[in-house]
Design a protein around this ligand. Structure first.
Ligand SMILES: NC(=O)C1=CN([C@@H]2O[C@H](COP(=O)(O)OP(=O)(O)OC[C@H]3O[C@@H](n4cnc5c(N)ncnc54)[C@H](OP(=O)(O)O)[C@@H]3O)[C@@H](O)[C@H]2O)C=CC1
Ligand SMILES: CCCCCCCCCCCCCCCC(=O)[C@@H](N)CO
Length: 300
């Protein structure tokens, strides 16, 4: 049921136009930046670590023609004054952006009672406010141009609150609220909004969080397939080209997005069973927790 590519979204992805990608030095952001470069766009990557930004630029240069530009800016998206200055600088260098993709984000899973308050505050500051600041920084230029697109990377954990993700799920819910509220306001100005709900995606972030993720959380997130960053990036770019509001990589996320409030009671009962199963296995065999968590099947 793909909508035809609209004139406005053709402009958003037009060769020679400028896309800003927060979190563009790694994972989903980098994979998306590569596909935008393959479409002939100029891209600015925003992230903190200058070494990762340099490496990403070198890697992405291979996917682009010599006349294409890849800008990199080292900035923390939660630092509003510096982010605003960085976006202004990127606009001065590569022009008014037709597209903003906000992929900068962090996840520190754990048990609620074990997590320090800093993690909750930091997760909201980066995932929610970092996205909000980036949107506010690009919007005046898009409004002046009369077209543009914002693609916000939320998560399946932004549709249902997930065990072990008490700092993270609310930050991704907040993005859903922001996207839904913004959509109608920006529509008359020709600015499109998309919100992306990926399942677990094979990125450095996932590898990192898996080191400390509760076994119960792994059992729950394993009910949806793990995607590649390229697969998610393809879904994002295709979704933008079709001016889709919700972008849901995979059947599980599509069903979850369509029916989350209806499914919630049954899902929560099912997730409770998974948690109980993991707990029994932990009690029987503490060493094999991680392995058994991967083997839980829906009809177990
Ligand atoms: N991987 C997964 O399983 C899923 C991921 N997501 C979401 O997708 C997005 C991308 O995740 P993923 O690609 O896995 O993660 P990666 O860790 O691979 O990439 C995250 C990117 O964000 C940047 N970043 C992190 N914190 C900040 C900050 N404070 N300021 C600026 N940049 C920052 C990182 O660079 P640096 O550290 O140098 O700043 C990096 O470029 C996140 O929002 C995540 O929540 C959603 C669903 C599933
Ligand atoms: C057909 C039935 C549909 C019901 C399926 C329910 C699936 C719930 C699992 C949601 C998985 C979301 C994981 C996000 C992880 C994440 O964002 C972090 N890895 C970020 O780093």
């Amino acid at each position: 049921m793909a909508k035809p590519t609209s004139k406005a979204s053709a402009k958003v992805l037009a060769p020679g136009s400028h896309a800003l990608v927060t979190g563009g030095s790694s994972g989903i952001g980098k994979a998306t930046a590569r596909q935008l470069l393959e479409r002939g766009m100029n891209v600015t990557l925003l992230a903190r670590d200058p070494a990762k930004l340099d490496a990403a630029r070198a890697e992405l240069a291979v996917a682009s023609q010599s006349e294409q530009r890849i800008g990199i800016v080292s900035v923390d998206v939660s630092d509003r004054p510096r982010l605003e200055a960085s976006v202004a600088e990127a606009i001065a260098t590569l022009g008014s952006p037709t597209l903003l993709v906000t992929s900068a984000g962090i996840a520190h899973p754990g048990y609620f009672s074990d997590l320090p308050i800093d993690i909750f505050e930091r997760t909201m500051a980066v995932n929610y406010f970092g996205t909000l600041y980036a949107i506010r920084a690009v919007l005046p230029a898009m409004l002046e141009a009369g077209h543009g697109h914002l693609a916000l990377v939320s998560s399946g954990a932004g549709l249902v609150g997930l065990y072990g993700y008490t700092p993270y799920s609310p930050s991704k819910f907040a993005l859903r609220g922001l996207a839904e509220a913004l959509r109608g306001e920006l529509k008359p100005s020709g600015i499109g909004v998309s919100i992306v709900y990926p399942p677990d995606t094979d990125t450095p972030q996932l590898a990192e969080e898996n080191k400390t993720k509760p076994a119960e959380t792994k059992a729950i997130t394993a009910t949806a397939d793990t995607w590649s960053a390229d697969g998610v990036a393809t879904a994002i770019v295709t979704g933008i080209s079709q001016n889709r509001f919700t972008i849901t990589p995979g059947t599980e996320m599509r069903v979850l997005n369509r029916f989350h409030s209806v499914l919630a009671p049954a899902l929560n009962r099912y997730f409770d069973q998974l948690v109980a199963k993991v707990r029994r296995e932990q009690a029987l065999n503490p060493e094999e927790v991680a392995a058994t968590a991967q083997n839980v099947s829906p009809d177990a």
